[in-house]
Every structure is written in structure tokens, then in C-alpha cells.
Design a protein around this ligand. Structure first.
Ligand code: HSE
Length: 406
């Protein structure tokens, strides 16, 4: 094992996180990692670093044999994939925070790691500073992971918190999330649940060895929520959170989805505020475990990138242990969940869309139904992803954690 390998870094991107890692590395001399060159798209923009570090030519980094690590922190997923592929082919280790790129190109990225025997680490891609991937990868190997249930997007959690606690309207809260550097450059990825589903796709690989297409996983964001939903949540003592779920349905079948969710007070996710993330792990032997920390922002994300860079000193690689384990898990939509659906136009949603309706409220302004439905059926109803219809999952912590006992 090489412990004090010298790391010479080529950095792509000098945005919120890129500048963060540049600053953090300056304050971490013991790591023996230095940035040799930084590739940026707009060379004329003023930067808080010496100008000789910057170039707009990617090949200056990729073709430099003294650079043994590429840290990729740009937000264009396609350009990032080209950079990461080229770097791995040149036997450079890669650290990335690009959830969209990883979720979209998982198979190819795995192949490149194997073919070139290089490390490709991306702890910062899921839950920012919270070490979720290495935990799932290393710790839960011999344990039975019943479920993963997490707030994995800081921006939406920030928006929902500000709307509830400070009465901010959606647009103002979103603007603040952007100004604070939490949101994606295209914030639609956050608020439409795309960022969360990309992260869930990465989780599925490390938790269950499943390679999924993020678009095929049922997901909704927070854009369709309306004031009636908030009022209902307040009356019932719920908090609304955007939650990514994966849980075991049968021995080898896993259900996965991202939905806004009514969270009861006894659930640890209830108290996760602002840009914090939290993950509840249901484990057959250990029962329930909880990971918590900042999920977005310059230094929390840089902290995870730094941890990956540090792990390269001993050539750490993900082994994707679950992919080669005895049980071959597959995704299933044959799982029943409980949802609340609100809508003004009564023709939109029918009671017989549900397996069973347990609450029905009709009024002049707004209607809602609460009932159970199969995930596969929810995906296919005409009102799913219709902005005039709000769909919110109802989660009781015991439902998720003990799913496998049913
Ligand atoms: N936009 C992301 C979020 C950044 O809000 O969680 C961290 O992945």
C-alpha cells in the first residue's frame, strides 16, 4: 500500500466547489496534493487564484504526464464524461462530483475503471459532505440492507424549510438557494427531483449492485406542491420533504422512487432543515441508523472531494461489492405505497385509480384523496406529473424500516 503518494492535480472547473477545493488544498499542506493546472471555460473571467494556473485547453491537463489526478467539478454532464473518460484512458485517477454524469454513464465508467485499473471516486456526488457511498460500499457488506430513505437534495430541503419556517414564497426561497451556491446551474434539476433521482441511482449501485437508468425510476420534485398541501401538513403535524427511497420488497427485488413525502415527527428526517441532508438506513441486524450533514454548498462538498483525494494516497477504489455478491437484485414497481393526492379539477383523479382509498375530501376549492397504489400504477396514471395534481407520499418510519418483515 502506498501511503504518501504525491498527488499532482489537474482541476476542471472553478465554480462554487472548484474554488472551494482550491482553497481547502492550500490549507491542507500535509496531504502533499497540489493543483498544477485548472481548466475553465471562460478564461477572461476574473478568478481568485494566480492567472498562470488557468487554461481553457483541456489537453494541457490530460496530456501532462506529471498530473496523476483529475478532479472534475464542471456541471455539463456530457463534457464531464468526455474529460473523465479521457483521463482514465491516460491512467489518471479521477475524483468527480457530477451526479448526472455518473448516474447516466455508470456502465461505461465502470468498464473504464476496470480496463485502466484506475480509481474513480465520487463521494461528493451523493449528500455532499455526508459519507454515504463509502458507508454503503464498505460497511453494509455483510449486513442486510432493508432500506435507504433519504433527503439527498439540499436545495429543495432549503426551499421547503424557508417556505415553512419563514413564510418565504417559492421563488424567493429558490433564489436564495441559488445565491448560496446550493442549487444546480439549472435549478430545474433540483426542483423537479432529477438531482435526487441521479443520486438514488448511484445509491442503488453501491447499496444493491443495481445499475439503473435514472429516467426509469419513478420521481417527482416539489414544483406541483400547493398551499393546500402545506396547510394539510401543518394540521396533521407533518413536514414535507423530498425523499429518495430504496427498499427490499422480496428477497431479490428492490423498489425505488423519489417523491415529496409527509414526514411524521418521530421520523429523524422530520428535523432536517435547510441544506442539510439525512439518510435513514434500515438494517436487518442493526435496525435503524442515521447519517446526517450538509448536503450542498462550497465547503461541505469540497470536504467530500478532499476526502476522495486523500483516499487516492493509498489508491482506494470502489469495489462495487454488491454487484458481484450472490444475490442479484433487480428493481420492481410491484410495491404498494400510500399517497395523498390533491387537485382542484375533480375530473382529473378517480378513486378507482387506487387499490384502496382511505380518506376522501371534496370542497369547492380543493379535493384530496389518500389511498394506496402500486408504484407501477402510479407511474401510469394520467395525473402523474401533471402540475395541477399534487402527489405526496405518506411515510411512517416503521413502514419503511420493517418492509422486509411483512
Ligand atoms: N444541487 C445539489 C443540492 C448540490 O441541492 O443538493 C449538491 O449535490
Amino acid at each position: 500500500m502506498t501511503i504518501n503518494k504525491k498527488l499532482t492535480i489537474g482541476l476542471f472547473g472553478f465554480g462554487v466547489v472548484g474554488e472551494g477545493i482550491y482553497k481547502v488544498l492550500q490549507q491542507t499542506p500535509a496531504l502533499d496534493a497540489s493543483i498544477k493546472k485548472i481548466c475553465i471555460k471562460h478564461p477572461d473571467k476574473k478568478r481568485n487564484a494566480p492567472s498562470e494556473l488557468f487554461t481553457a485547453n483541456a489537453n494541457e491537463l490530460l496530456n501532462d504526464d506529471s498530473i496523476n489526478v483529475i478532479v472534475e467539478l464542471i456541471d455539463d454532464a456530457d463534457a464531464a464524461f468526455a474529460i473523465v473518460s479521457a483521463a482514465m484512458k491516460r491512467k489518471k485517477a479521477v475524483v468527480s462530483a457530477n451526479k448526472k454524469m455518473i448516474a447516466t454513464h455508470f456502465e461505461k465508467l465502470l468498464q473504464l475503471q476496470i480496463e485502466n485499473n484506475v480509481s474513480f471516486l465520487y463521494e461528493a456526488a451523493v449528500c455532499g459532505s455526508v459519507p454515504v457511498i463509502r458507508n454503503l460500499e464498505e460497511y453494509y457488506d455483510n449486513d442486510l440492507l432493508n432500506s435507504f430513505s433519504g433527503i439527498v437534495n439540499g436545495s429543495t430541503n432549503f426551499i421547503l424549510t424557508k417556505m415553512k419556517e419563514e413564510n418565504l414564497n417559492y421563488d424567493t426561497a429558490l433564489l436564495q438557494a441559488q445565491q448560496l451556491g446550493f442549487a444546480e446551474s439549472n435549478p430545474a434539476l433540483d426542483v423537479e427531483g432529477k438531482d435526487a433521482v441521479n443520486k438514488l441511482t448511484i445509491v442503488l449501485k453501491h447499496a444493491y449492485g443495481i445499475t439503473a437508468n435514472p429516467e426509469s425510476i419513478l420521481h417527482l420534485g416539489i414544483t406541483h406542491l400547493n398551499p393546500f398541501d402545506t396547510k394539510y401538513a401543518n394540521e396533521k403535524g407533518y413536514n414535507i420533504k423530498l425523499v429518495a427511497n430504496a427498499y427490499q420488497v422480496t428477497e431479490n427485488k428492490i423498489a425505488a422512487y423519489v417523491l415529496p413525502t409527509f414526514i411524521v415527527q418521530k421520523n429523524p428526517l422530520y428535523n432536517i432543515r435547510n441544506e442539510f441532508n439525512g439518510v435513514l438506513i434500515g438494517s436487518k441486524l442493526a435496525d435503524e441508523q442515521f447519517l446526517y450533514g450538509k448536503g450542498a454548498g462550497r465547503f461541505p462538498t469540497a470536504s467530500a472531494v478532499l476526502s476522495d483525494i486523500a483516499a487516492l494516497r493509498y489508491n482506494y477504489q470502489y469495489e462495487y461489492k454488491k454487484s458481484s455478491s450472490g444475490v442479484k437484485y433487480q428493481l420492481t414497481g410491484k410495491s404498494v405505497i400510500k399517497i395523498y393526492v390533491s387537485f382542484s379539477d375533480r375530473t382529473l383523479v378517480q378513486e378507482n385509480d387506487f387499490i384502496e382509498v382511505e380518506e376522501s375530501y371534496l370542497s369547492a376549492n380543493i379535493n384530496h384523496l389518500i389511498g394506496t397504489i402500486l408504484l407501477d400504477d402510479l407511474r401510469n396514471v394520467t395525473w402523474f406529473n401533471n402540475n395541477a395534481v399534487s402527489v405526496i407520499a405518506i411515510s411512517d418510519i416503521s413502514d419503511t424500516v420493517n418492509q422486509n418483515d411483512n
